[in-house]
Design a protein around this ligand. Structure first.
Ligand code: NDP
Length: 458
């Protein structure tokens, strides 16, 4: 980190958040790229923009008591980190997972500020969730929570959260383990508590205000962003071999779009391991994986027996399996791809990495991609299609209108192209052509920083 101002703020963040490894990693990644823009704009330091940006405007932590199917009282911890609302209402997902803690949510909320700014829509940054995991029953080992348990948890969670959110204040959405089922229960409870029907959550079912293409948007968007990167080198996806991690919302729709664009996708993964198919998955395989993971809520190893030529690698991630790789799409979780994985990918021909997940590549892996000068898209740019389409859902709810899938998909494509072009241009403007990390951070930061300067010290 060369800039003195950024360095001083980073030291202060480190001293005040010693136990928050993920948050420190995310802040360092952003501050280390802002040197050129801070040098050129002394008003940012005069207005203490960085000091204010690294501090959430508000953090809410609350208890969530609920009753399981055996009649036992369970208590989880709920969070909402309202990070920055300079350019619009706080916006960002809710994550339900045992790994959720303040550090993880602050990292995600901080990233969300820049991601939302990049979408060109008026949305601030926030994130929330709980250490409740719907995939783990509290009373029966190896089983999941029942639907009724998930409903009771969501109702208890929203009974408190409803006091802090609203269509003009904070509009949460889904994230890991928070899909259509959870959003439905959360929305029902918000409506009951407030006696109000409003677009307070996005990712809703179409029957009560959801947008078409919202479930597909993050995965599709990551592929559209990657398509734009390839176009700068006069290439497309036809015949390219891709490795994808995860088998959830982002991974499955990214895979579907890649197959439709002529690529071959050879992996899916989950907590049980990696499924590898040398000749690539078909669209029917993708549909079956969506059914397995979202309807039957099973594990990928169950699927291995059903796909011809499939091999299952227990407890393995997908990066070091295929011996030919053109493109990689990490779509599972933070820090899932390290420097050894990056070295393997580069050695086996990988020339494009587009992140569907948030911060899936470790700092050393990112450094390796940048050094090799491959096309590397950080999640805050390439996975912004989900939140962008959430922004489109908010617009439809305000207008009391529903747009067709074709219109939403066209808008998504345009937004991803705009994010790509902004990031590309910002990097080039500061002498780092092709560095999307720098470009995304600078473009996302500048809009928020200027809004904060204009609005005074608040
Ligand atoms: P899902 O819960 O639908 O899928 C997550 C996938 O990652 C599952 O296949 C899950 O496996 C796997 N996974 C999670 N933890 C682990 C682990 N410790 N080891 C191995 N595999 C793991 O989540 P999403 O697809 O919605 O989100 C994926 C990523 O994308 C997250 O980083 C999220 O923040 C990010 N993102 C999501 C957006 C969205 O619109 N959904 C928007 C922008 C970013 P298993 O089924 O076994 O748990």
């Amino acid at each position: 980190m060369n800039n003195k101002y950024a360095k001083r703020v980073m030291e202060d963040v480190r001293a005040k958040n010693r136990d928050q490894a993920e948050f420190l990693q995310a802040v360092e990644e952003v501050l280390s790229t802002l040197g050129p823009v801070l040098d050129a704009n002394p008003q940012y330091e005069e207005n203490a923009i960085l000091e204010r940006l690294v501090q959430p405007e508000r953090t809410i932590i609350f208890r969530v008591p609920w009753i399981d199917d055996k009649g036992i009282v369970r208590v989880n911890r709920g969070y909402r980190v309202q990070f920055n609302s300079a350019i619009g209402p706080y916006k960002g997902g809710l994550r339900f997972d045992s790994s959720v803690n303040l550090s993880v949510l602050k990292f995600l909320g901080f990233e969300q500020i820049f991601k939302n700014s990049l979408t060109t829509l008026p949305m601030g940054g926030g994130k929330g969730g709980s250490d409740f995991n719907p995939k783990v029953s509290p009373h029966t080992p190896g089983k999941r929570c029942s639907d009724r348990e998930v409903m009771r948890f969501c109702q208890a969670f929203m009974s408190e959260l409803c006091h802090h959110i609203g269509p003009n204040t904070d509009v949460p959405a889904g994230d890991m383990n928070v899909g259509g089922r959870e959003i439905g229960y959360l929305f029902g409870q918000y409506r009951k508590m407030t006696n109000e029907w409003s677009g307070v959550l996005t990712g809703k079912a179409v029957s009560f205000g959801g947008s078409l293409i919202r479930p597909e948007a993050t995965g599709y968007g990551a592929v559209y962003f990657a398509e734009n990167m390839l176009a700068t080198q006069h290439q497309d996806f036809k015949g390219k071999t891709c490795v994808v991690s995860g088998s959830g919302n982002v991974a499955t729709y990214a895979t579907e779009k890649l197959i439709r664009l002529g690529a071959k996708v050879v992996t899916f993964s989950d907590r049980s391991g990696t499924l590898y198919v040398k000749n690539g998955f078909t669209i029917d395989d993708v549909k079956a994986v969506i059914d397995l993971k979202t309807v039957r809520r099973g594990e990928l190893n169950e699927f291995a027996r059903r796909v011809k030529g499939a091999k299952f690698f227990k407890n393995a991630n997908p990066w070091q399996i295929s011996d030919t790789i053109d493109c990689a799409f990490p779509c599972s979780r933070q820090n899932e791809l390290d420097d050894k994985d990056a070295a393997y990918l580069l050695k086996h021909g990988c020339r494009l990495v587009a992140e569907g997940a948030n911060m899936p590549s470790t700092p050393k892996a990112v450094a390796a991609f940048l050094k090799a000068k491959i096309l590397y898209a950080p999640g805050k740019a390439s996975n912004a299609g989900g939140v962008a389409t959430s922004g489109l859902e908010m617009s439809q709810n305000s207008e009391r209108l529903s747009w067709t899938a074709k219109i939403v998909d066209e808008k998504l494509r345009e937004i991803m192209a705009a994010i790509h072009d902004n990031a590309y241009a910002a990097a080039a403007r500061y002498g780092h052509k092709g560095n999307y990390v720098m470009g995304a951070n600078i473009a996302g930061f500048t809009k928020v920083a200027d809004a904060m300067v204009d609005q005074g010290i608040v």
